[in-house]
Ligand binder design. Structure first.
Ligand code: IMP
Ligand code: MG
Length: 182
């Protein structure tokens, strides 16, 4: 481990992630194939979406791909509570079977917003997230496909950032609590 990643505890290794992605792709191909449009919610999902896309190929699908850039977080770890569209999908989604892909489901505000938008345009939408982090209370949206149920900690790596950093880590990790913290 180098100095830049010291203090980050590995929660899901690259190998564990790869295994889950393959299993998710098999389930998705079984349920939804073959006419699928994968819509990745940027930026956080780009690593997961790229691996999932190739796993879907090995599962026998030929999905189309589009992207949306949404943001509900500022540069730190606190949700701003608002969802902003940076980039919208280019494809016409009317009548399409869409797999909406995101890195992590927390309050669900981001995905609820994206799902409603695509459904308003006539898409049939299923939601796939790599991580599902439990939150208190009810959620705005449910994920149809989940990679891992993740502890309630701030996680980074495999596309997920903290203040625009750590997306490049090949694993998913959480910051170790400071010494003395319970
Ligand atoms: P939601 O709208 O509360 O579900 O927030 C989901 C978005 O917040 C995700 O797509 C991530 O971009 C970001 N996010 C939530 N939790 C984490 C985390 O632990 N690490 C990094 N980003 C997170
Ligand atoms: Mg995100």
């Amino acid at each position: 481990m180098d100095a830049a990643t010291a203090g980050i505890e590995v929660l899901y290794s690259a190998a564990e992630i790869a295994e889950r992605v393959t299993a998710l792709a098999a389930a998705i191909a079984h349920d939804l194939g073959p006419e699928l449009l994968l819509v990745a919610v940027l930026k956080g999902s780009f690593v997961f979406a790229a691996d999932l896309l190739r796993a879907l190929h090995f599962a026998g699908l030929q999905p189309e791909v589009d992207f949306m850039t949404l943001s509900s977080y500022g540069s730190g770890t606190e949700s701003s509570g608002r969802v902003k569209i940076g980039r919208d999908v280019e494809d016409n989604v009317g009548g399409r079977r869409v797999l909406l892909v995101d890195d992590i489901l927390e309050s669900g505000r981001t995905l609820a917003f994206a799902k409603a938008l695509l459904e308003e345009r006539g898409a049939m939408v299923k939601v796939c997230v790599l991580l599902d982090k439990p939150v208190a209370g009810s959620r705005a949206v449910r994920a149809d496909y989940v990679g891992f149920l993740c502890p309630d900690r701030f996680v980074v790596g495999y596309g997920l950032d903290y203040a625009h950093r750590y997306r490049e880590l090949p694993y998913i990790g959480a910051f170790a609590p400071p010494p003395g913290a319970s």
